[in-house]
Design a binder for this molecule. Structure first.
Ligand SMILES: [Zn+2]
Length: 451
């Protein structure tokens, strides 16, 4: 009897497994041939001469100036590029997929189902703006990532950090003052149970929180080493984590084959992070010459954002947050100057939070970089260069394969643009009008060519 029962359970389990496979199975790989396209390859400052690009499954199989023969099977799709530009997916290295649309209050008070569905809608918009990959630097994005990867909802590839890890009162601690004091080992507060941010006040606590994010599938770890603009309690000048606390996070991440990126504006917090083994600095807008030199010597990444003036309007007039933002903005010119002077490995991101309107301008935020870089340098940064930083996740990279480039063997995240974005980078700012074909992972998400 027992064996029969066991057999029955096994059968049911197998059935369940095969039906869930059927639901998530991707359609059989298609062959797609882009003909007569000029390529921006994510590395070079020029477009190529007209070429043909063959996509097989989710990868670029062949690129050639000569015609590429296809077997003309029913599932082969021919795209006549008519000399348009084919380029790799844009990458936003500082994004918060779960925190774009809600206000801070609604992020903390809405139920998780609503927050996930709203993040799903935003993820689809993000993909249609041609950001095919985002590095998520804080927020409970694991479920969203899984749904996108399974094809339940259209969206970008997500490199998740999971919850931001901060100290009591640090950037990312959104508790109200009446919620203090915390009982160590006591109940978690809402921002923690949601997985948005976690408070850790000792190396041991940091280790636990980091390991939890890694267990959930984080591809890198994000800590806040100093004060931040949008936090209610942390002044911008403060250093928060101690060096041993930062080092505990670095050890745990490196044991897991990946790295820590630290939110840090000031020289002190940047330098302390580097001393602890942090490999990438988020923001860095208030850095000085000595810090830039140190970053260059150690090969530390700078993941900095071109903040627009109107971001100030997110914060009420006269608020601390608004004042802190003005301080950060004042440092931006110097920071980009130092990044260029010391040839820092510099990544592009936007850090859009709590504003769907600003998110819609994600491409326009990228074009702001032309204050300091040529359009070609700007596009290379948002594609090939950003992809190099993504690769630091090593074996924790959720999407093995090359991103950010158009070359044989790379993952097929391809955009056909009506025009030459190297001459007219403003094309990137109007996706609905200028983006003709959108393909991610070999699948079409838009094809506006006449058929
Ligand atoms: Zn951020």
């Amino acid at each position: 009897m027992k064996t029969k029962l066991r057999k029955l359970v096994l059968c049911l389990l197998l059935l369940a497994a095969s039906s869930s496979l059927a639901q998530t199975e991707t359609p059989s790989p298609k062959t797609v041939l882009f003909q007569n396209v000029r390529i921006f390859d994510g590395k070079s400052d020029k477009l190529t001469e007209p070429k043909n690009v063959l996509v097989s499954g989710n990868k670029i199989e062949k690129i050639s100036s000569q015609p590429i023969p296809t077997d003309r099977r029913a599932d082969t799709v021919l795209i006549d590029g008519s000399g348009r530009t084919l380029m790799p997916g844009l990458i936003d290295m500082h994004w918060h997929a779960m925190l774009v649309r809600p206000t801070p209050t609604s992020a903390l008070s809405s139920d998780a189902g609503y927050l996930n569905l709203s993040a799903g809608a935003e993820a689809t918009d993000t993909l249609l703006r041609w950001f095919t990959t985002i590095r998520d630097l804080g927020g409970p994005a694991f479920g969203l990532k899984r749904a996108i990867d399974e094809g339940l909802v259209a969206g970008p590839r997500i490199f998740p950090s999971g919850a931001v890890i901060t100290v009591t009162g640090g950037h990312g601690d959104f508790r109200e003052l009446w919620e203090l004091p915390r009982v160590i080992g006591g109940q978690l507060v809402r921002m923690e149970t949601l997985g948005a941010s976690l408070v850790a006040d000792s190396p041991d606590e940091v280790r636990v929180r980091v390991r939890e994010q890694l267990m959930l599938g984080a591809s890198q770890i994000k800590l806040t080493a100093g004060g931040g603009v949008a936090s209610p309690h942390s002044p911008i000048d403060v250093a928060t984590f101690t060096e041993p606390e930062l080092r505990a996070a670095v050890e745990a991440a490196e044991n897991w084959g990946t790295y820590v990126t630290a939110h840090a504006y000031t020289p002190e917090t940047i330098q302390r992070s580097i001393a602890a083994g942090v490999k990438c600095i988020e923001h860095g807008h208030l850095m000085d010459e000595a810090t830039a030199k140190l970053m260059a010597q150690r090969g530390i990444w700078l993941s900095i954002q071109p903040f627009p003036n109107e971001l100030a309007d997110v914060f009420p007039p006269g608020s601390d947050e608004r004042e802190k933002f003005q301080e950060v903005l004042a440092g931006m010119e110097t920071a980009y100057g130092l990044a260029k002077k010391y040839k820092l490995k510099t990544a592009f991101g936007t850090d859009v939070l709590f504003s769907q309107a600003l998110a819609q301008r994600q491409g326009a935020l990228l074009t702001m970089l032309t204050r300091w870089y040529t359009p070609a340098e700007t596009l290379v940064m948002a594609t090939g260069t950003n992809a190099q930083l993504l690769a630091m996740s090593g074996k924790r990279n959720p999407y093995p394969g090359k991103l950010g480039v158009v070359e044989e063997g790379a993952l097929a995240d391809l955009l056909l643009v009506d025009g030459n974005p190297i001459e007219h980078i403003e094309l990137i700012a109007d996706p609905a009008k200028n983006f003709v074909v959108i393909m991610k992972d070999g699948k079409f998400y838009k094809n506006a060519l006449p058929r």
